[in-house]
Design a protein around this ligand. Structure first.
Ligand code: NAI
Ligand code: MG
Length: 335
């Protein structure tokens, strides 16, 4: 029998981070017990506001190597120090593709039911390169877009469409105004699209796309876009299908990957034991898929869908009154 032991780094972070991480880790552990040949070794890494308050740094320098050496990393959320933790991790480890699947879930109020979109966001450059300056009464942030990174993300989007049997890739841009940078991005997308004649390719301006996501999201399949547009559109898409408590994401590179819920530390509910753990549990499912453990990934997703369909054990953000621990136990029972 094949025996696979995955070394998983976990970064619980701040606020509700440790609460939702504990939930995801217990789901993974339960899965390992159930599935022959699958096991996990978890290594917890501290980072974030709490660590900074104690030590002066939000992330220890060796964290990047620890994440690099792990088979995959699960990240919950850090607070005000997000730009000192998750942004450098994405950039230093070249996790160039940020994936945010968005679909309507059973029993969860969504603006539109017929939604099944994957947003593929470039994750290493653009405005989030954090190159700029600030003086007295002025500020500059440079938007850096390269052909290499644009081609890489476009190819990722088309490959994902091919693998998942999706029919269309939409490149989202603002080339009518930001022609210097979006021009580079669109040229790369057009070039890559030529290698995928079976997949429809279209282009859309970001503001129009923001509106159509609400009015007619069923027209979208895979969206590919630059860093900040992707950040904003994916939160909008999460809102479209019922909020941040359900939205998972992945940061993927050629060698490493970090999986994280889209939400932050939710300071308004931290410590109350009512955070929705599903976004983090679904992120763990995406992690298994990336590791090649398709059966495990599906088992988790199915368990979550059953809980949502039943609609009996839901946290307050979904209109229920269950705690984080109760939702976790319900998922464990389904497994
Ligand atoms: P947030 O995502 O933490 O919260 C927004 C709203 O959604 C709040 O009302 C919160 O209660 C609710 N919410 C979020 N996750 C939830 C969950 N799992 N269950 C139930 N309700 C949930 O965003 P906000 O308030 O803008 O940021 C709070 C902190 O998180 C900030 O310090 C920010 O920098 C940080 N942040 C970190 C991120 C990361 O680590 N990748 C991403 C986004 C924000
Ligand atoms: Mg965001």
């Amino acid at each position: 029998m094949k025996m696979t032991k995955y070394r998983i780094a976990t970064i619980p972070g701040d606020g509700i981070g440790p609460e939702v991480m504990a939930s995801a880790v217990s789901v993974l552990s339960a899965l390992a017990e159930k599935m022959d040949g699958l096991s996990f070794e978890f290594t917890e890494i501290r980072a974030g506001d709490g660590l900074k308050a104690e030590t002066g740094v939000a992330m220890r320098p060796e964290t990047v190597d620890k994440v690099r050496e792990s088979d995959a990393t699960l990240f919950a959320a850090v607070g005000e120090t997000a730009k000192e933790v998750i942004l450098p991790l994405r950039q230093k480890l070249e996790l160039y593709a940020n994936l945010r699947p968005t679909k309507a879930y059973p029993n969860v109020p969504a603006l539109k039911e017929d939604v099944d979109i994957v947003i593929v966001r470039e994750n290493t450059e653009g405005l989030y390169k954090m190159v700029g300056d600030r003086g007295d009464g002025w500020g500059v942030n440079l938007r850096i877009i390269t052909k290499g990174a644009s081609e890489r993300i476009a190819r990722y989007a088309f490959e994902l469409a091919k693998k998942d049997g999706r029919n269309k890739v939409t490149a989202v841009h603002k080339n009518n105004v930001l022609d210097k940078t979006c021009g580079v991005f669109l040229d790369a997308c057009r070039e890559v699209a030529k290698s995928y004649p079976d997949i429809e390719y279209e282009e859309m301006i970001v503001d129009a796309c923001a509106m159509k996501l609400i009015l007619a999201p069923e027209q979208f399949d895979v969206l590919v876009t630059t860093n900040m547009f992707g950040d904003i559109l994916s939160d909008e898409a999460a809102g479209l299908v019922g909020g941040l408590g359900l939205a998972p994401s992945a940061n993927i590179g050629d060698e490493n990957a970090i999986f994280e819920p889209v939400h932050g530390t939710a300071p308004d509910i931290a410590g109350k034991g009512i955070a929705n753990p599903i976004a983090t549990i679904l992120s763990a499912s995406m992690m298994l898929d990336w590791l090649g453990e398709r059966d495990g990934a599906e088992a988790i997703e199915k368990a979550v869908m059953t809980i949502l369909k039943e609609g009996k054990t839901l946290t307050p953000d979904l209109g229920g009154s269950a705690t984080t621990v109760e939702v976790t136990e319900a998922v464990l029972k389904q497994l």
